[in-house]
Unconditional design. Structure first.
Length: 328
C-alpha cells in the first residue's frame, strides 16, 4: 500500500531531506511551495508541487490531499534578526495554526511537527523530553515561536483534534544547508569570522533527522516529543574542524561573550542603516554563548534514531558547499 504525504518546508534544508526520504520509502509526496521558492533542493525527487503559503489558509485547504496519511510540517522561519520578528511569528505560530486546521479539515492521518531543542529555552541542564521549560530567553523570537508553535500542536493532540508527534532536533548539519551552520563555514572560508562563540551543543545529521520523521509517523505515540541530538561539541571544536578542512586560520580559544555581544550590537546597528542582515545578531550571540545539551535515548529506543560522528557531518557539509559553489 502506498502512503500519501503532504510536506511543508520541502524547498528548504530539513524539509527537502524529509521529502526525499519519504519518496525513497515508497510514499507519494505532495509539497507546498511559495511562488518565489526555488525547487533546487528537491533535485530529481518526484513530488507534486502545490503553490501556496502557510499564511494563506485557502491555499492550504486546496493543497492538502484528502485523507492524506501524513502531514509533515517542517516549514519555519529560523530568523535571528529582530527586524524580521513579526514575519517570523506569523510563519511559525499562525502558520502552524493554519496548517493544523487544514490538516483536520482534510482528514489527515497524522501530523508530524518539526520543532527544535531550543523550544525548552536556553538552560544549563541536560535536556530530556521531561525537562521543565525556561522562559528566560523568550526575548529571542525564534525560541519563543518554536515553543508556541509546538504547544499548539501538543494542545491539539491532547484535545483529540489531531494525531500528532513533535520532533526536536539539535544543531542540524549535512548537505543542503544554505543558511544555518553553513554561514559559519562560509565565514571561516572567507576569514571573516568575528570570533569563536563560547557555547556548544549536540549535532545531528539531517539525513538521520529525516528518517526519524518518517519513523515517528509509524511508531511515535500521539502527543509525544522526541529530542534528536548527537555528539556534543563546543562551537570552537566545530570551527577547528572547518578550519582544518578549508585550510583557513581560526581562533585558538573562544571569544569572551561580552565581546561577541558588542560585535553583534555594532553589526545590528549598521544593518539598521544598510538594511542588509548582519552575520552576527544579539540573538545569535546569546544562543551560541550557551552550552545546550540534550539526550536522544528516547528517539534511539523508539524511532531507531542514529547519531553520526561530528567530523563526518562537517566533512559532508563542507564538501557539499564546495561542490555547489557556496565556498570560494
Amino acid at each position: 500500500m502506498t502512503h500519501t504525504a503532504f510536506v511543508t518546508g520541502a524547498t528548504g534544508f530539513v524539509g527537502s531531506h524529509v521529502a526525499r526520504e519519504l519518496h525513497q520509502q515508497g510514499w507519494t509526496v505532495h509539497v507546498l511551495a511559495r511562488a518565489t521558492s526555488s525547487l533546487d533542493e528537491l533535485g530529481d525527487t518526484p513530488v507534486t508541487v502545490h503553490a501556496g503559503d502557510v499564511n494563506d489558509p485557502a491555499s492550504l485547504r486546496a493543497a492538502i490531499p484528502r485523507d492524506a496519511d501524513a502531514v509533515f510540517h517542517v516549514a519555519a522561519s529560523t530568523n535571528l534578526w529582530s527586524k524580521n520578528n513579526a514575519q517570523q511569528s506569523q510563519v511559525n505560530v499562525e502558520g502552524t495554526r493554519n496548517l493544523l486546521a487544514a490538516a483536520k479539515s482534510a482528514g489527515a492521518g497524522r501530523f508530524i511537527h518539526t520543532s527544535s531543542f531550543v523550544a525548552w529555552g536556553l538552560q544549563d541542564a541536560v535536556l530530556t523530553e521531561e525537562s521543565p521549560r525556561s522562559d528566560a530567553t523568550d526575548w529571542i523570537n525564534y525560541i519563543r515561536t518554536k515553543h508556541l508553535s509546538e504547544r499548539l500542536v501538543l494542545e491539539a493532540a491532547a484535545g483529540g483534534a489531531i494525531d500528532a508527534v513533535v520532533l526536536n532536533p539539535g544543531n542540524v548539519l549535512g548537505p543542503g544547508d544554505r543558511r544555518n551552520w553553513s554561514r559559519l563555514f562560509r565565514m571561516v572560508s572567507e576569514q571573516a569570522l568575528p570570533g569563536a562563540p563560547a557555547g556548544g551543543g549536540n549535532f545531528c545529521d539531517v539525513r538521520e533527522v529525516a528518517r526519524a520523521h518518517v519513523c515517528a509517523w509509524h511508531r511515535g505515540p500521539t502527543g509525544h516529543r522526541y529530542l534528536l541530538g548527537g555528539e556534543y561539541a563546543t562551537y570552537l571544536q566545530v570551527i577547528e574542524i572547518a578550519g582544518e578542512l578549508l585550510q583557513a586560520p581560526v581562533p585558538k580559544k573562544p571569544t569572551p561573550t561580552w565581546i561577541m555581544t558588542i560585535v553583534a550590537r555594532l553589526q545590528s546597528a549598521l544593518a539598521a542603516v544598510t538594511g542588509k542582515e548582519p552575520d552576527l545578531t544579539p540573538e545569535a550571540a546569546a544562543i551560541t554563548a550557551h552550552s545546550i545539551r540534550c539526550e536522544s535515548a528516547k528517539a534511539q529506543r523508539e524511532l531507531d534514531y542514529r547519531t553520526v560522528p561530528l567530523r563526518e557531518m562537517v566533512v559532508d557539509t563542507v564538501e557539499w558547499m564546495t561542490t555547489t559553489g557556496l565556498l570560494r
